[in-house]
Each structure stands twice: as structure tokens, then as C-alpha cells.
Design a protein around this ligand. Structure first.
Ligand SMILES: C[C@](O)(C(=O)O)[C@H](CC(=O)O)C(=O)O
Ligand SMILES: [Mg+2]
Length: 309
């Protein structure tokens, strides 16, 4: 296949190579920035701008279906959407697997399914079922032993040793930071490759966590939650390995969609909104419209001159 047609329908990089790249990135000491992609198109934009990876959020996947993030989505739904997003980009994608979709045996099946779906890794959290957003009050965690069973089952189901299993602990806001650190150590001993330190409050907590454990750490910079929004520079200085912006692109998009719909409702036209829109030409560039001409030269006849403002 020529350069211009490779990667059109599925990314050029195969899942195994994305996982190897993710492992190397986590070992590199460089902060990995993974914005949430609510669609394959957003994943393409994230890659185009130069981020290091893609995050696929359970909260976003639920919201996109018009549902709250309380563990209603099924493994089939999550793996299906995850596969669509993961295959659209050469970047590695880490997906939110909530509590593993059931008991430890189901968590094991979850890993096998997400591997088959082409994801580079996933995270499993130590919340009880039904789970809730980690930044809400009233959440609860299972005993450490139960999470260890969940994790060991997951690790044993992995067929590609490079598939990254990330353990998330929600314990900081419930049992305190020290307890969360102890859990993180136990989860790493059980085979977790990366620890998601959920809902830490300020920089000092991130620093304390970093000093206490020597496995890769992930920070969640979700908005309107319990955590101060730290900069990449701050997280780099502390020595975190990865940061996610899980719901950010959806919040930005939905803010713009709501403003736009209100403007059409009040002004009777969207003419005043054109500068805020992604132009047709940029959309076509991201989708690589021109490269599809290799299959059918009639497909791409778009020029800017031909378009109306
Ligand atoms: C990271 C998270 O699990 C997600 O599903 O994106 C959420 C994000 C959010 O609700 O803001 C969480 O932190 O629980
Ligand atoms: Mg989630």
C-alpha cells in the first residue's frame, strides 16, 4: 500500500506496537499527556496537535449515551466504542474499565476483550459496585483484598504482556492519603503497571504520593472536581508519569454546542458562529479526504474558493 493510502481505515500502527510504545513512554520519565477523546475524530485531532496518547473516559462514554456515570454501561458497549477510537489513531489509548464489569472473573474477561479491541491499556478501580464519579461524595471502596483479587484476575488474563493494567485507587477521599498509598503499593505488588491516584486535592498530596511509591503514577485533571487543576509543568516537577484530561473535550464541545443552539434559537441563523466552527477544510484535512482519491479520483474536489462563508 502506498504512503498516501496506508492508515486510512485503521491506523498504521498495530495494537502490539502501540502497547510497546506506551510501556516505553511510561518508563521514559517524560510526562505523558492523554486528553479524553469522545470520538475517533477527536482522537485524530489529539494526535495531530502532538499529544502523546488518548484517554477513553467512562464518564464521557456514559454521557454520550445520555446516561450518568454509575456503572450502567456494559463491557460490550465500552469495548466497541474503545475499538472505534483506538483504531483511528497511531497513539496508544488507555480506556476506563470502571470496576471491571463484575466479579474478578468478569474483570479477567474484560482484559481479554479490551486486548482484542486494540486498546493499549485500561484502568480498574477499587470502588464498590455501583460505582460513581471519583470526584463525588458518597463513593465507597472495596476492601484491599477484594481489589487484589480483581487485579490478579486481570493480570492473569493478559495475553500481551505489554497491555498496560492501571490500578485506580479512590481511597484517598475515603480512608485518607496514607491508606491510599498503602493500597497503591499492594496493587503494584499484584502486578499493576501504573497507579491512578484519584481525587487528590492539591500539589502537596501529589508530591507525597510520588515520594512514597516507585511505580508510574497517573494524575486526573478533571474539571469541577476535588483536584486543583495543576499544570503539566507542576506535574512534571513532581515526577508524575501521565496526566489525563478525561472529560475536557466533551465539556468544551458541549459548552460550544449549547451556546450555538441558543444563538440559532434567538438570532434565527448560525452566521455569527462561523468563526467558532471547525471549517469544512480543516475537517477534510483531518479525515484525509484527499488521500481517498487514490481509490476514487472523483471523491475529493473540494477547494476553498468553492465554499460559501
Ligand atoms: C476519570 C473518570 O473516571 C472518567 O470516567 O473519565 C471520571 C472523570 C469525571 O467524572 O470527571 C472520574 O474521575 O471518576
Ligand atoms: Mg470513570
Amino acid at each position: 500500500m502506498s504512503e498516501s493510502t496506508s492508515g486510512l481505515f485503521s491506523a498504521r500502527t498495530c495494537a502490539g506496537d502501540k502497547r510497546k510504545a506506551l510501556r516505553a513512554a511510561l518508563a521514559s520519565g517524560e510526562l505523558q499527556r492523554w486528553p479524553g477523546a469522545f470520538s475517533p475524530l477527536v482522537a485524530k485531532l489529539i494526535a495531530d496537535i502532538g499529544f502523546e496518547g488518548i484517554y477513553i473516559s467512562g464518564a464521557v462514554l456514559s454521557a454520550d449515551l445520555g446516561l450518568p456515570d454509575i456503572g450502567l454501561t456494559t463491557l460490550t458497549e465500552v469495548a466497541g466504542r474503545g475499538a472505534q477510537i483506538a483504531r483511528s489513531t497511531d497513539l496508544p489509548s488507555l480506556i476506563d474499565a470502571d470496576t471491571g464489569f463484575g466479579e474478578p472473573m468478569s474483570a479477567a474477561r474484560t482484559i481479554a476483550t479490551l486486548e482484542d479491541a486494540g486498546l493499549a491499556g485500561c484502568h480498574l478501580e477499587d470502588q464498590v459496585n455501583p460505582k460513581r464519579c471519583g470526584h463525588l461524595d458518597g463513593k465507597d471502596v472495596v476492601p484491599t483484598g477484594e481489589m487484589l483479587r480483581r487485579l490478579r484476575a486481570a493480570v492473569s488474563a493478559r495475553r500481551d504482556d505489554d497491555f498496560v493494567i492501571c490500578a485506580r485507587t479512590d481511597a484517598a477521599g475515603i480512608e485518607g492519603l496514607d491508606a491510599a498509598i498503602e493500597r497503591a503499593k499492594a496493587y503494584a505488588d499484584a502486578g499493576a503497571d501504573l497507579i491512578f491516584t484519584e481525587a487528590l486535592t492539591d500539589l502537596a498530596e501529589f508530591e507525597k504520593f510520588r515520594a512514597a511509591v516507585d511505580v508510574p503514577l497517573l494524575a486526573n485533571m478533571t474539571e469541577f472536581g476535588k483536584s486543583r487543576l495543576l499544570t503539566t509543568e507542576q506535574l512534571r516537577d513532581v515526577g508524575y508519569n501521565a496526566v489525563i484530561y478525561p472529560v475536557t473535550t466533551l465539556r468544551i464541545a458541549m459548552g460550544a454546542v449549547e451556546r450555538g443552539l441558543r444563538e440559532i434559537d434567538s438570532a434565527g441563523t448560525q452566521s455569527g458562529l462561523l468563526d467558532d466552527m471547525q471549517h469544512r477544510s480543516r475537517l477534510y484535512e483531518l479525515l484525509r479526504y484527499a488521500d481517498y482519491n487514490a481509490f476514487d479520483s472523483e471523491l475529493f474536489n473540494f477547494t476553498l474558493e468553492g465554499t460559501r462563508p
